[in-house]
Design a protein around this ligand. Structure first.
Ligand code: GLA
Length: 357
């Protein structure tokens, strides 16, 4: 049963699928450098439902769009939100599938624009739904690859593959250790007795797209100057000597962050894992320069709170959310005092994970 779908389109959907957002625990800005990442899925999901409509146009309904959007596969929709769905339809068509005009409904409780991969959730859920409806063979890795391609070609962000792999393959109880070069992966238990807390800083990620593409270009330039295919190839910090200061700091973040991910999966205590998260934040702030004063403040408040093992900004940065590793029995008590102290600086944050009921 999908009452929204039925009341909008006058009949039940022929396929339905869902996919989660993700929060990255460690390994930030490493994926487009062929490095290592450690995301975990969040409970919030995006749901997509579809049916063939027998018409000449596609109709897309989503709360985010305000009203229905219609388009054909030859004419790209103007609405940014719709371009993710459109991108997936086009890519499936390019894979050789016949894609007939569809009625499509999207519903999501993945927070948007805070660094929890609402766009990857939308892409993966759309592709899963198309896979089911059109009976096409796509494994979960291929789904992630097409989703990433949709993001790059149709939403204009030159992202890595972490978000889409996490949405397609991760679950909420174990982290996904992913080598983004080989796509080798394994699931890793969270440190004993710990739980994940995610707070939104309330600061919009205004520079995210431009700053993101700029960082990526800087990494490519650093790799080019060192004569390596990607920053993943750098084996010693000494290799970075001689790079212009800014590029050296960008590359140093990537090098140390990869090392932190690999160290984290062998951590035997949540304290040790938390220290790596704290170090990651410092590196993102000082070397990679993707933090903001508000994120630094919220992270510092989290780090000082009893029951918190470590905290950092998560996602691309420039605003958005912070993630903390907390003692499992303290996770429900951490957010309130932290958000209260954060409010005193004039900012309004909110808890995103665990989802408040
Ligand atoms: C965004 C991108 C990812 C990744 C992170 C930063 O979420 O979509 O590919 O690069 O930023 O780690």
């Amino acid at each position: 049963m999908n009452p929204d779908f039925e009341s909008l389109f006058g009949g039940p959907p022929q396929a339905q699928a869902q996919a989660p957002g993700r929060v990255n625990l460690l390994g930030e800005h490493t994926d487009y450098n062929d490095g290592f990442v450690l995301p975990v899925a969040i409970p919030q999901q995006t749901r997509v439902a579809m049916r063939r409509n027998g018409k000449s146009e596609f109709t897309l309904h989503a709360a985010e769009l305000g009203s229905a959007v219609t388009f054909t596969l030859d004419g790209r929709p103007n609405e940014h939100f719709a371009s993710y769905v459109y991108g997936c339809l086009r890519l499936v068509q390019q894979e050789g599938a016949q894609v007939p005009p569809l009625d499509i409904h999207v519903a999501s409780d993945v927070p948007m624009g805070v660094g929890l991969s609402s766009s990857a959730a939308l892409e993966v859920a759309t592709l899963r739904c198309l896979r089911q409806l059109l009976n096409i063979e796509l494994d979960d890795v291929r789904v992630a690859q097409l989703a990433q391609q949709a993001e790059i070609e149709y939403a204009g962000v030159r992202c890595g593959i972490m978000d889409q792999m996490a949405s397609s393959l991760a679950d909420t109880t174990r982290a996904l250790l992913l080598d983004t070069r080989s796509l080798e992966r394994r699931s890793v238990a969270l440190p004993q007795g710990s739980a994940v807390l995610v707070l939104d800083s309330g600061v919009a990620r205004s520079l995210a797209a431009s700053g993101y593409n700029e960082r990526r270009a800087e990494c490519e330039e650093a790799a080019r100057l060192m004569g390596v295919a990607s920053l993943r190839e750098v084996e010693h910090l000494e290799r970075l000597e001689g790079l212009p200061d800014k590029l050296m700091r960008r590359a140093r973040h990537v090098f140390t962050e990869n090392a932190r991910v690999l160290k984290a999966v062998d951590c035997t205590t949540p304290q040790a894992f938390g220290e790596l998260m704290n170090a990651s934040h410092a590196s993102l702030r000082d070397d990679y320069e993707v933090s903001t004063p508000e994120l630094d403040h919220l992270v510092a408040l989290l780090q000082a709170q009893p029951g918190v093992f470590g905290a950092r900004l998560t996602g691309a940065g420039f605003g958005g959310a912070c993630v903390a590793l907390c003692a499992r029995d303290a996770v429900d008590q951490v957010a309130a005092p932290v958000l209260e102290a954060y409010r005193k600086s004039g900012q309004q944050g909110r808890q995103l994970v665990p989802a408040e009921r």
